[in-house]
Design a protein around this ligand. Structure first.
Ligand code: HEC
Length: 309
């Protein structure tokens, strides 16, 4: 016990650089990884840490690189459920041990009143996640700063989750190829993953995209007129029903993670249709549409089409 206390004290005594200079130096990344080893039980090389900022707060995920790595999955779950409990109680001592006591956003989170932000732990098939939600804009900002600090410090050991969908962790689709892991990148500048389609698949896919775009426009137009019936009808046409022939059209050319993103996005249109009929609140529909469009953007940021010769 005594040696553990000493170890922690020694860690706290390490010099902590500030977050003023955007990108962490290699020395800082190593220092953070070293301190992390004492705080986080899982292996940073065998796992991916994702900090995804969303309009209501953020989603922190830790997932294994190899789905069969049950040892790391167990360690991830143990650690994330523990810190989620601590964060709920306003105790941020673990990240402080790694990132220093001046972590941006921390002060605000610590001083928040009970119930002003919510921390929820969830198990994922390949790891675990913690969801941070607040209705107070300044706490949402604090959560974003807290995420940014960890992203910059962990550098190559973490990502902002642009190329991953949280939905991809929750659902499993059958009969689709799992090409995502090895999908080649376009080039060093354009980091979107390449999806291999033939000419016909590309034409089908982009036509569906244009339907989504014009449908979204039609929903906005109907909302401006408080015409909830048209909202519901249009949204339903963009729902999961639109995906009935996906398998036959694309023959597994769509990687799993992207397929999940697409399905999750279509599902939100069904939700919009249902609520437009039952709740009939245009402001609520606008909020739903906004998060749907965040899903359009997330997928656009992650993938691009390449036509096979
Ligand atoms: C599952 C992933 C995914 C989702 C979700 C998605 N898109 Fe796309 N979209 C793509 C890809 C991939 C392309 C092609 C990009 C490229 O090759 O550069 C594309 C292209 C487009 C285009 C260009 C069409 C053309 O003819 O060139 C539009 C418009 C578009 N998307 C609108 C939307 C809208 C609106 C939504 C949400 C309601 C949406 N997309 C959701 C993946 C997605």
């Amino acid at each position: 016990m005594k040696s553990l206390t000493l170890a922690v004290l020694a860690l706290l005594a390490l010099p902590m650089s500030t977050w003023a200079g955007e990108k962490a130096t290699e020395a800082r990344i190593k220092e953070v990884a070293e301190r992390g080893r004492h705080v986080m039980p899982f292996n940073l090389e065998q796992t991916t840490h994702i900090f995804k900022k969303v309009p209501t707060g953020g989603i922190q995920q830790v997932i294994v690189k190899d789905k069969a790595n049950t040892v790391q999955i167990k360690l991830i779950r143990e650690h994330l459920s523990k810190i989620a409990r601590e964060f709920k109680a306003g105790n941020f001592s673990d990240p402080v041990k790694i990132h220093g006591k001046n972590m941006p956003g921390l002060e605000k989170l610590r001083n928040a009143k009970s119930g002003e932000y919510k921390v929820t732990y969830k198990e994922l098939a390949n790891g675990a996640e913690i969801d941070y939600v607040s209705k107070k804009p300044e706490l949402v900002t604090a959560i974003h700063q807290f995420f940014d600090a960890q992203l910059s410090d962990h550098a190559r050991h973490a990502t902002s989750g642009h190329d991953m969908s949280r939905h991809s962790m929750h659902h499993s689709m059958h009969g689709m190829s799992g090409a995502s892991a090895q999908t080649p990148k376009a080039d060093a500048v354009d980091q979107r993953l390449l999806i291999q389609f033939d000419e016909v698949q590309r034409a089908y896919f982009l036509k569906d995209m244009r339907t989504l775009f014009s449908g979204t426009q039609a929903i906005l137009g109907a909302l401006a007129n408080e015409d909830m019936q048209t909202v519901a009808k249009t949204a339903r046409s963009l729902g999961l029903g639109m995906t009935h022939d996906v398998k036959s059209k694309y023959h597994g050319a769509i990687p799993k993670a992207m397929m999940h993103m697409g399905m999750a996005m279509h599902r939100t249109f069904d939700d919009i249709a249902r609520d437009a009929e039952s709740i009939r609140d245009s402001k609520h529909t606008l909020q739903q549409l906004s998060s749907t469009m965040a899903q359009c953007s997330a997928c656009h940021a992650s993938y691009q089409i390449q036509v096979n010769q």
